[in-house]
Design a protein around this ligand. Sequence first.
Ligand code: 26V
Length: 812
Amino acid sequence: MLLNINKDKFKSDYQEKFIEINGKELSEGADYDKYEALAGLIRDYVAKLWVASNKKCSFSHQKQVYYFSMEFLLGRLLGTTLLNLGIRDMCKEALSELGIDLDKLEELEEDQGLGNGGLGRLAACFLDSMASLNIYGHGCGIRYKYGFFEQKIIDGAQVEAPDDWLKNGNVWEIKKPDEAEIVKFGGYVDMINQGGRLVFYQRDYEPVMAVPYDIPIVGYENGTVNTLRLWSAEPVVDEFDFSSFSRGEYSKAVDYRNSVEAISQVLYPDDTFYEGRKLRLKQQYFFVSAGIQSIIKKFKACGGNIKELDDSIAVHINDTHPALAIPELMRILMDEEGLGWDEAWRITTDVMSFTNHTIMPEAMEKWPVSMFQELLPRIYMIVNEINERFCRQLWNLYTGQWDKIARMAIIADGYVRMAHLAVVGSHSVNGVAKLHTEILKKEVMADFYYLDPKKFNNKTNGITHRRWLMKANPGLASLLRQTIGDSWIRHPIDLERFERYAYDGAVQAELESIKKANKERLAHYIKEHNDITVDPSSMFDSHIKRIHAYKRQTLNCLRIMDLYNRLLDNPHVNIVPRTFIFAGKAAPGYYLAKNIIELINAIADKINNDPRVNDLMKVVFLENYRVSLAEVIIPASDLSEQISTTTKEASGTSNMKFMMNGAITIATLDGANIEIRDEVGDDNIVIFGLTSKEVLNYYRNGGYSAADVIEAAPALKRVLDDLINGKYSKDKDKFRAVYDSLTTYNDEFFVLKDFVPYLEAQARVDEMFEDRIKWNKMAIVNIAHSGIFSSDRTIEEYAVGIWGSDYLYKNL
Ligand code: 26V
C-alpha cells in the first residue's frame, strides 16, 4: 500500500477530520458533513503523495506532457481517487463499522461537469491513464464558474438551469495565487530596433490575472499524482487603484472587473455550431497564454535550457480550441527569450501536436481577422507571419495553383482558420478512429495530407477501465477477478482470457445475475426520477449521448413509433419486451435537437400510458445526462445504440463503455464501431445501414431522394404521418421541425434510408436476446475484447508515437 494507513488509523483520522471540519461529533452529523469530512481527509492523504510526486517530476529527465483542453469532464472524484489509492475496500469496511455507507456518501458529490461531451470526457480518461502509466502528463484548462448547464425536463421540453457546481466549494482544488500569470488583451504593439534586432512591446492593453487552481490526478496504485491546472480570471487590482474611484472612474473599474470575470464564467454549451464569439476567443487565449507562460517559468526554474525545450516538454492541443498555444509559444520564444524565427519555429512545431475530433464543417473554428487582430495584436502578427511563410512554401511547390493555395492558407477570406494553424504548427496530427483518420487524410484535410503525409496518424480513442468497469460495475469486476485473476487491471488486454468462459454455464448465470442487479438499480432510479415502473427482465435498450441530428435519435424514435403501430395492429406479434432509455442534452440554441427531446417525451407519454402495449414497451427519457448518470445506465444496459450517420461520428466512446460492461452493440459502420466489430467479429455485434462509401458518394454526387425512400416503404410513410397527424400531440405542428428535416429538407443524415435496415437489425436483436446462451456468450466476447479500448492503450500510443515521453510502468 502506498499510504501507510490501516483501518484503525483511517477510522481515527476520519473522526478527527470530521470534528475539525464540522465542530461536532460524528454521531450528530448530516450525510453531507460526512461526505465533506471524508473527501477532505482523502485530499490530505493525496496531498502528501502529490508533493512527493511533484518533486520526483521536477528532477526527472522524463518528458512532461501538457494536455491543453477547453474541456475536462471529470465527473465525481471521490470514488475513483479511493480506488486509485488502493484503499476503497478498506475505507468502505471502516466506514461501515462506523455505521456509514460509502456508496451513499459518494452520491453526494457534485459532478465536475466542465465539458460538453465526448471530447471533454476523453480528456478526463486520458488524465487518469497518464497518471496510471506513470507518465508525467498534466491537464491545462479553464476553471469555469458554471459548468455545462443542468437540464430539466418541464412539460416534455428541455429547460436549462445554471450548473452552480462550486456552491459548496470544491475540496479537490488548491488555489495557487503565487503562481498567477498576467494575460494581455488588446492595445497596440510597438516595434523598436534594439541594436539591429526588432523588439515588440504591447502597450495600453487590458491585463487579466490568470489564477491557477490545481486538482490532483491520482494514478492507479503507483504513487504518481499529476496535476490538472484550471485557470480562473481575476482583475489585476493594481491597474485600477483606489485613486481611480476618486477620479470618477468607478464605473470604468466595475466594467473592467466584469469583463475580466466573464472570461472564466461559463462553458460554452454548444459543440455543434461554431459562432465567432469574441468571448470564446478570449477564453482560448486566456488559458493558453497562462498555461504556456507557467510551463516556461517552471522549465526555467528547474534549470532548463530554452533551446532544448522540445526535449523536455510536449504540448497537446485537444481540437482547435487551444491552437493559439502555437503563436503564444512563438511569442515567448522570440519576444521574451530572444530566439530567432527559425529556431523558435523548430522548437514550437516539435513541442506541439494536435488531435481533430470532428469533421462536421459547421463546428470548424474560424475567427474574423478584425476581431482577432484587435483582441490579440501581437499574436495576430505572428499568425500572419506563419501564414505568409507557409503560403510562400506552397507557392514554391504549387506555383500558379492559386485555388489550392487559397484553400490551404491559414488566413483567407477575412478569417483565421484554426484547423489550418493547428496542422501547420504541429509535428503530428491525429484522428480518433481509423475511419475518421482516413476521412481526414482523404477528404477534409487531403491537401495537408498530400503535402506532408508523415504528419498524419491515427490514435483510436479509449476509455479508462478503472472508472467505467472497476468503479461503475464492481459486480462484473469481481466476476472477472474470480475467473481470470486481476492482471487485466494493469494490462487490460488480458481481459481476452475471459473469452474462455463464453459458454460456461455458471459464468453465464453469474453474469446475468450481475446485469440483473444493475438493471434493478437503474429501474429504481427511473421510478424515483420519472415515476415510471419498468421491468428489469425486459431488454434495456439505451441511446445516451448529446442530442444531434447526425446521432439520429430520430431513427430510434421512428422505429419505436413503428413498433407501437405494429403492436396495435396485431397484439400477438412476437417481440421481446423492451425498455427504451434515452438521455442527452441539446445545445440551448439548437431548435431541432430540442424538438427531438420533445418528441421522445411525447412518445414516452403516449406509450407508457397505453395499457394495450404497456407490458411490452416502455420509453424513458432520463433528464440531466452526465458522467455519474452514465455510470448507472451503462452497466445496466443490454443494448447499446450507436446509430450515427456513417462518416459523421469521429469515434464515439460510449460504444466502448457499453461493450466493456457486456452490452451488445447495434451500430452503423461509423467511427470506432468498425474497430469494435473487427475485435468481436460479426457474430457478436449487429451492424446495419449505409457504408461510408455510399454516404460519401451521396455527398459528392447527390442523388439522394427522401421522397423516393418514403414511397418505397409504407410503414415509414405511416410513422412520418404520425409526426404531424396529432397522434403524439394535439398541436399537429409540434414536431414540424423533425418532420421537415426528414422530408422537406431531404433528410440530410439519411435517417429514412437506414429505416428498414434498422428494423431488420432490431428484429435480429430480438431473436438473439431470446436465446439466453447466445446472448450471454456475445456479452462475454464483448467484455473479453474491450481491453484494447482502454485509454491506457491509447495513451501508450500517444506517448510512444507522438510525445516521445517515456514511462515507467513496465518496470513496476
Ligand atoms: C466544438 C465546438 C464548436 C463550436 C463551439 C463550441 C464547441 C465545443 C466543442 C466542440 C467539439 C466537438 C467535437 C467533439 O466533441 N467530438 C467528439 O469527440 C469525441 C472524442 O474524440 C468522439 O468520440 C466523438 O465521436 C466526437 O463527436
